[in-house]
Write a protein that binds this ligand. Structure first.
Ligand SMILES: *Cc1c(COP(=O)(O)O)cnc(C)c1O
Length: 440
């Protein structure tokens, strides 16, 4: 599947040594190659990033930081981690970087540990409005050991900022609860974040501003979304979403005192040995993101998201907040049919080779298991070379499949229509994917 001799050799070796596992990896490679990935938090990494992960670096314990390790033999690891840190700092234009968090949620937990004591209050957007589970969900460490208070969106449809952050309310919530930390940055928010406005609210109550740019990191690095610096005291992110690196986390700051606390919180506070093979892959990905071509990629990501949103609006769907400024959108399915749930849509679209996730829309009357919406993103399709015409084609396919799905509800002949429509679109998706192979 891969057009990449090293990947082919890897799979060949695995097939000989461990066919049980290799079979499924090969099937997954085939699935990725032949389906359209619309999950907003996913992407396809370059062969260079992929190969950095599959190296001997995984064998090494490198607890500590460059120049201050707890094990011998770390001399080359120091170089690798230093390159990753330096590139991260250049990419986001800041003074300190910790490249060790194993994931975005780990990065947030470490920052909470660095900036707060258990029982302290912090302010964030609730998950059901587009926030993240690591921003105070009850069953997550952030909600169990700390006290979240939530600020709202504008929920009044007649308000010009409907479904956007209510910045005045952010200030009110901060003044009322005096949180230690104000979190901004989201998982399902399609609009530009006004970091300066957030900093003003944080300053008014003496909170530290933490910007979690997990979703938009690539756009920020490319200058396609405003930077959280110099407004945020601390920035956390994943490296595997729009930034197109390996699965992992990253913490950034300009303040030396905070940097020291954060380093201690990541190790030994939260984690043991760093994943040096992943840190090498982060360094490679940051290097790629520093290239001019990454800016054109991110510009196209936004153009593609806009094209998909506009086409869906033309087809009768509602996009929350009326559109998108970034790489993702939330599609409210109800105007198309009040019988259509996000869960059904996700399942039917997968039959046709288009992968997305059901997602609650703000004030969703349906529970999270069903939802009234789906979340769609353009990072992965843009990586394989889709431009506006392909995104419009995707919108048309989505509508054809969902229309057939709606028809199938409670109708004996409808099921067959859905099946044949999904099969026909699946074929068309397959052939488009062949024209736009995953880089590799
Ligand atoms: C994806 C995401 C994370 C967590 O990332 P993981 O690597 O899955 O732990 C954190 N914050 C936000 C806003 C996210 O969207």
């Amino acid at each position: 599947m891969a057009h990449d001799p090293i990947a082919d050799a890897t799979l060949e070796l695995l097939t000989r040594r461990d066919p049980d596992v290799a079979t499924w990896i090969a099937k997954e490679a085939e699935r990725q190659a032949t389906t359209i990935e619309l999950i907003a938090s996913e992407n396809h990494v370059s062969p260079a990033v992929m190969h950095a992960m599959g190296t001997c670096l995984t064998n090494k314990y490198a607890e500590g930081y460059p120049g201050a390790r707890y094990y011998g033999g770390c001399v080359y690891h120091d170089h690798i981690e230093s390159i990753a840190r330096d590139r991260a700092k250049r990419l986001f234009n800041c003074a300190f970087a910790n490249v060790q968090p194993h994931s975005g949620a780990q990065a947030n937990a470490a920052v909470f540990m660095a900036l707060m004591d258990p029982g302290d209050t912090f302010a964030s957007l609730v998950l059901s409005d587009g926030g993240h589970l690591s921003h105070g969900m009850k069953i997550n460490l952030s909600g169990k050991w700390f006290k979240p208070v939530h600020y709202p969106l504008h929920y009044d449809p007649s308000h010009p900022d409907f479904e956007r952050i209510d910045y005045d309310a952010v200030e009110r919530v901060c003044n009322e609860h005096r949180p230690k930390v104000l979190m901004c940055g989201y998982s399902a928010y399609p609009r530009v974040i006004d970091f300066a406005r957030m900093r003003k609210a944080a300053d008014a109550c003496g909170a530290l501003l933490v910007a979690d740019i997990a979703h938009i990191a690539g756009l920020v690095a490319a200058g396609v979304h405003p930077s959280p610096f110099p407004h945020a005291h601390v920035v956390t992110t994943t490296t595997h979403k729009t930034l197109r690196g390996p699965r992992g986390g990253l913490i950034l700051t300009d303040a030396e005192d905070l940097a020291k606390k954060i380093d201690k919180a990541v190790f030994p506070g939260m984690q043991g040995g760093p994943l040096m093979h992943v840190i090498a892959a982060k360094a490679v990905a940051f290097g790629e993101a520093l290239q001019p071509s990454f800016k054109s990629y991110c510009t196209q990501v936004v153009a593609n998201a806009r094209a998909l949103a506009a086409a869906l609006i033309d087809l009768g769907y509602r996009i929350t907040s009326g559109g998108t400024d970034n790489h993702l959108m939330l599609v409210d399915l109800r105007p198309r049919s009040d019988k259509l749930t996000g869960a059904d849509a996700e399942r039917w679209l997968e039959l046709a080779g288009m992968i997305c996730n059901k997602n609650g829309i703000p004030q969703d009357p349906r529970p999270p298991k069903f939802t009234s919406g789906i979340r769609l993103g353009s990072p992965a399709t843009t990586t394989r070379g889709f431009k506006e015409p392909q995104m419009r084609q995707v919108a048309a396919w989505i509508d054809q499949v969902l229309a057939a799905g709606v028809e199938s509800i409670g109708s004996p002949t409808g099921a067959a229509t859905l099946e044949s429509t999904a099969a026909r679109v699946r074929q068309e998706v397959r052939s488009l994917c062949q024209q736009f192979p995953i880089p590799g």
